[in-house]
Design a protein around this ligand. Structure first.
Ligand code: ATP
Length: 198
């Protein structure tokens, strides 16, 4: 997957709608301390479905909404739009992907994938299939290198599975197991009912 564009509005220090185009090749973001460089990486993780407020350096998820300054009132919502290109087929064809996450004070988060309402789970699956996501080892935030070195073998295995692009299979397996259990319960009930009819 190749991220092509990031649009932020009311997200942390990005109070005004801002657009960042990521052209092919290496993109560098430079600026003085505290200007919002890490907030950009956090915006990518957030739109990919990050659910831990702590890892967004906040106490609650609403802390990602612009909190206001001495001369600017706080915002009521934050929105991040991520536009990307994903590998679609074995022939090397590519597909456009647009994911939007929006949070409103008191109303929680809502997602859209290619213009349609989506669940957090759908977003997680889209990025897991593209071998990336909010916890992808490709997104290295400050202090993460030390965490990778100190990781336990089981945690390292998860990182390798994400890098290999099979993390989405675990989510699907869990879903399939739940459906199987529900079907087994239904079958058992059906057998009871049929026994009662004899
Ligand atoms: P450094 O080079 O020191 O790592 P940086 O460029 O990565 O800095 P960030 O950590 O991304 O900077 O940005 C921090 C800035 O974002 C701070 O000025 C902080 O006040 C601002 N900020 C974070 N959350 C919010 C929020 N909810 N509302 C307004 N401003 C916020």
């Amino acid at each position: 997957m190749r991220i092509r564009r990031l649009k932020l509005s009311g997200f942390k220090s990005f109070v005004e709608p801002s657009e960042l185009r990521i052209e092919p090749g290496l993109t560098g973001v430079v600026g003085p301390n505290g200007c919002g460089k890490s907030n950009l990486l956090e915006a990518i993780r957030w739109v990919m479905g990050e659910s831990s407020a702590k890892s967004m350096r906040g106490g609650g998820m609403e802390d990602v909404i612009f909190a206001g300054t001495a001369n600017r009132p706080p915002r009521a919502f934050a929105e991040v739009v991520l536009s990307a290109e994903t590998a679609a087929g074995a022939d090397g064809s590519r597909e456009d992907l647009e994911v939007v996450r929006r949070i409103e004070r008191g109303a929680g988060s809502a997602y859209r994938i290619n213009g349609r309402d989506a669940r957090a789970k759908d977003v997680a699956l889209v990025f897991a299939d593209a071998a990336t996501g909010a916890h992808s080892p490709a997104l290295v935030s400050q202090g993460r290198i030390a965490a990778v070195i100190a990781a336990r073998p089981a945690e390292r295995r998860l990182m390798l599975e994400e890098a290999a692009g099979i993390a989405g299979l675990h989510v699907r397996r869990k879903d399939a197991e739940q459906k199987l259990r529900a079907t087994e319960t239904n079958l058992a009930r059906l057998e009871d009912i049929m026994a009662g009819l004899d």
